[in-house]
Structure formats: C-alpha cells, structure tokens
Design a protein around this ligand. Sequence first.
Ligand code: NAD
Length: 422
Amino acid sequence: MAKLKSNDIPLSVFENAMQQFDEAASKLNIDADMLEVLKHPRKSLIVKLPIRRDNGKIEVFTGYRVQHSINRGPAKGGVRYHPKVNLDEVMALAAWMTWKCAVVGIPFGGAKGGIACDPTTMSQRELEYLTRRYTSEIMDIIGPERDVPAPDVNTNPQTMAWMMDTFSMHHRQTVTAAVTGKPIEIGGSRGRVEATGRGVMIAAREAARHKDLPFEGATVAVQGFGNVGSMAAKLMHRAGCKIVAVSDVFGAVYNEQGLYIPHLIDYVKENGKIVGFPEAEAISHEELLSMDCDILVPAALENVIREDNAPSIRAKIIAEGANGPITPDADKILNKKGVFIVPDILCNAGGVTVSYFEWVQDRMGYFWEEEEVNHRLETVIVRAFNDVLKMAEEHTVSMRIAAFMLAIKRVMDVTMMRGFYS
Ligand code: NAD
C-alpha cells in the first residue's frame, strides 16, 4: 500500500483557529479574562503507545487526547490516525468541536484525539493493538459522562468497536455510550455513516437557496472521497447536483456531464482509489480546486486553500466538509471575491449531531429508524444555518465569524451560569 502523503505546511492550526476565535470575540466585546478561559483547552494528555509490529519489533507511537471544554456537557470529538497528528493540530480540532457543538446546540463540549501513525502501512492486527492500547491509556478521562470519542480521518466503525470493547472490558460491563460511530449491531445509530455528508448536503442546499442558485443541476467539485466526501457527493448527486470532479490523495477525476457517483463509490471499493475510473478523465489536484463550478466541497484535510491558491478559486459557494480547509488569509481573499463560505463548524456538524443521537439512543437502549434520524438531523442543520445567517446579517460579518460569535456566546453564557469553582 502507498504511504499517506503528508503536506508540509508550516502553519499552526491552533493559531489559525485562535485567529478566527479572536476576530469573532472582538465583535462580542468579551472581557480579556473571560477570553482566556474560553480559549485554552482544559486538559491535554500525551501518551506513549508501544506496539509489537507484525515483524516482531516494538515501535512506540504517540497518542493525544485534548479536552477543550466541558462547559456545555461531556467533551466530544473524533480520533484521527495520521502521520501529521500532533498536539497543535489536536488542540485546534478540540476547540473547533466546542464551537461546533455549540453552533448546532447539542449538549456537548469539545475534544479531539489522535495517534501519529501511518495506518496505510499497518495490518488490522497492528491497528487493533494500537487502538486498544490508546484506549486503555486515555481511559481515565473518557466515558459517557466525561468525554466521548468518535471516528475521524483514517478511523472507522471498526476502530470504535475496539475502543468500546476495551473500555467495556475494563469496566466489567458493556458501555455502548462510551464512543459513537460504532457499527449498528453494537449500539451504533442508523444514519451515522452518512451523517456528516448529509449535513454538508443540507448546508450546501441552504446556501444555494440563500444565494438564489438552483441546487438541482448545480455543478459541484469534491476534494476528498473518504467518509465525508463520498457521502456528500452521493447525497448531492441524489439531490440532482452535477458532481463534475472528485479527488482523493492519489489524484482527481473529471466529467463535464457529471460523474455517476454510485459507480465511482463501487470503483473505489474495488480499487482503493479514484484514479483510473473509466467514466472520467484525469485532472490534477490544483485543477479540481480552481474548477469553474457552483459549489466546492473541500472534504480532505486542513489548510488546503491558502493565500497562494485562493485567488484561483472560481466556485460561488464553498461548503467546508473538512475541518479548517481554508486558512485565515485565504478566507479574507475569498470573502473579498464574494464567495459564500459555509464554515466547517456549521457545515460538517452533521456527524457530531448524529453522534449525539447515537449517545442518546445508547443511554435509552432504544433505537430510532433511519428516517427519524435523518429528519431530526435536517431540523438541527437547517435551524443552525438560519441562526448563523441571522447573526451574519445582523452584524454584517461572514458566516464563519457569525458561527464563531454564536458559539462563543453560547459557551460563555453557560460558563457564567455555572460560575467558577475554585
Ligand atoms: P477519510 O479518511 O475517510 O477521508 C479522507 C479523504 O481525503 C480520503 O479520500 C483521502 O484520500 C483524501 N485526501 C487526503 N489528502 C488529500 C489531498 N491532499 N487531496 C485530495 N484528497 C485528499 O476522512 P473523513 O472522515 O472523510 O474526514 C475528512 C475531513 O472531514 C477531515 O477534516 C475531518 O476532520 C472532517 N470531518 C469528518 C467527520 C466524520 O464524521 N468523518 C465529521 C466532521 C468533520
């Protein structure tokens, strides 16, 4: 298997996240001391994970779990396996989770975790050992009422099954609500696999409606064809959009008439990548980003749209499937160009929203039909979109700053309500 590409961009993701936070906070006239409380993670844990590789050698990996806030409820956030995982990135992703949960109004704080590793070079046995060791090392700070992990880049329902099982073995009982994004058979929610992509589709549809752009027939380019990108593409295709280009880490494909997404999904299942898909022509990663299309969905990693490539973006709407795909400098350029950006903390909140539904169902021991999950998700995302839009219009700010303002205000309000224990 090929090694994952790592992009060597010397940007601090946490600093980026804080720039957005500072800009939004300044519009809310928040006291400097309160800002300090809201900004910094409450707890950061770094763990060493020695694993015996299949070749008999011991390798020590580094894992992280950062809880940014528990003010609105238990901390919540995914676990990422990637060579570039580091404390700075995990801190930023944890903070984004706090704001994301607040934007959609679900009763969680924010957390994130990860292991610096290249899962494409590891066997299932090695991944299972790594996941179980990681879970046992962070055991003291996670749990249904403390901090609830979920999948993120390169982790999946199987990873969550191992985490849930490890947690349960230590607690001598099955604790399904310890993690979300599990397989349905062991307490997962119907609709969870599609949830983030569905949220992206709904948010993009609302953005198109707001911009008077017909969603049916809208041309779409999707960067990244993993959980988020493939599901967003599938559901947007089903809603009548024309998905003209899609990329993954290996390359990009284009079809002017629109790609038939179910065929592409089958092709990727068989071949592991989109490159070589017979119903399309190959294009470069850069060509996909600068494509003349109505909607661009970055759904891969952070910092992919930067000061250098932002001027070439031609999409009218950007729906951020990934977390932090646009740097603050690029954001300014795109705002000036009049691109309507649906920010990550709103656009990709469908996953955590259905994770919340999963946690609720696990605690009730009663499971909903998929229609009910999808219907509730639709209600949450549409309401959050309108709340953010209202804030943006009232304060004449971008959707991103409005989303941060809404979230910061919600977190600040409960922080004041709870007071400071000392
Ligand atoms: P994934 O691992 O399933 O998929 C990532 C995809 O991006 C893969 O297709 C990979 O090949 C592609 N990719 C990586 N680097 C690329 C590059 N340079 N150019 C083009 N494609 C590239 O991950 P995912 O779960 O789909 O997550 C994607 C993003 O969405 C991440 O930023 C993640 O934090 C965010 N997110 C995920 C969820 C979720 O529920 N999975 C929820 C909210 C946000």
